[in-house]
Design a binder for this molecule. Structure first.
Ligand SMILES: [Zn+2]
Length: 68
């Protein structure tokens, strides 16, 4: 792990990869927090998005999705 893999101050902290071998591929400027506008919509969902997601989860149980 070198300093080169760390995001620069003000840079989006979106990470890709798995533990011990991840990177910060997004070079967008962070806005209002740790992420750029695009990734912030993914990390912080709106209440409507969360509600629809939980509704989908009830509709299609996780075990069912794994079997499909
Ligand atoms: Zn980003």
């Amino acid at each position: 792990m070198t300093a080169m893999t760390m995001p620069r101050p003000g840079q989006c902290k979106w990470t890709e990869g798995d533990s011990g071998n991840y990177s910060f591929p997004c070079t967008n400027k962070a806005e209002n927090g740790s992420y750029c506008a695009h990734h912030r919509t993914i990390v912080y969902e709106t209440p409507e998005q969360r509600k629809s997601r939980s509704a989908q989860t009830k509709f299609v149980p996780f075990s069912r999705r794994m079997a499909a």
